[in-house]
Design a protein around this ligand. Sequence first.
Ligand SMILES: [Zn+2]
Length: 383
Amino acid sequence: MPSTEHRIIEQLGQLIGSASVSSTDPAWDQGNRAVIDLLAGWLSHMGFDTEIQEITPGGNKANLIATRGTGPGGLVLAGHTDTVPFDEGRWQSDPLTLSERDNRLYGLGSTDMKGFFPLALAAAQSFAEVALQQPLILLATADEESSMNGARALAAAGRPRARAAIIGEPTSLVPVRMHKGIMMEAVHIIGRSGHSSNPALGNNALDGMHAVMGDLMNFRTEMAQRYGNPLFEVAHPTLNLGHIHGGDSPNRICGKTALHFDLRMTPGGDNAEVREDIRQRLAVIGQARGLDVELRSLIHDVSPFEEAADSELVQLAEKLTGHSAIAVAFATEAPFLQQLGMQTIVMGPGSIDQAHQPDEFMPLDQVRPCIALLEQFIRHYCL
Ligand SMILES: [Zn+2]
């Protein structure tokens, strides 16, 4: 094990040193290709067939599918290779240099989630001399933190396929079988401006937005009643009115306004259906007031995720970890992998409390338990 730990620290140092920030802000956005190439090199050295799926022209952003063994079943160990942007001044050490102190490995992405890869590789290495009866697939994706375009490209390509998938996001090795979806939407209202002294000279878009906001708040209450789910800490869907802009002057009738909101749906609800419900409600308000009311999506949405409590993978994970599977407040690539026909859970080393924070770290005491756990899943699904 000492040499294994040595190799893990060596590999994680290289992964952290290969900056791979993804962001919707072009000033921050980088490619992940260096991380993908490192992983592909190590995995091909370990006897995996490696396939790089380029998701931008030139391949600056890419996914890696690395496969050992063949057959209809098998196991996917998956992670994203990108990180969020960072605030260098608030770190105690260089975020792009692995620093080992206090029995922790510090660095950007150490827990979310470059740190998962060396542990997954170590677990795979334990079976290097064994002929696998079903495939073991290491999957590394791009742009999870920004657009989930890596996972979307996989879903579009229909790959990879296996019986089960584990996404190694930081959950302190507790299995996760549920999270909410994410939608971000904008309501644009166009009325008619005019002198404020006579309301009949125009059609006030802000008055219309007031009605829209009231209706969205009613809709929120209805959703909470219909889609409540006690497994979540916030036990219902949320709809947050997050940004509003409109009008230009107190003495002019407001001609134009826009509202941005996000909506996090619980499993059981469907993003497309909810969007259609909202669209219909907005149409009623627009018609009654003679306003042009339009709903536009600000991002490609992420579906809510639920793996059944009685699925083979959840049952096995609960047995091996001794923890009941839980619901979490963050979204992952799980719905995209599940859509490919794989039973899917989220479970990995480190804590989400350290993710997206200065001085992000992976606790060293989770390294061995994580490898041992992954070995048991490989034994179950691939031997
Ligand atoms: Zn993550």
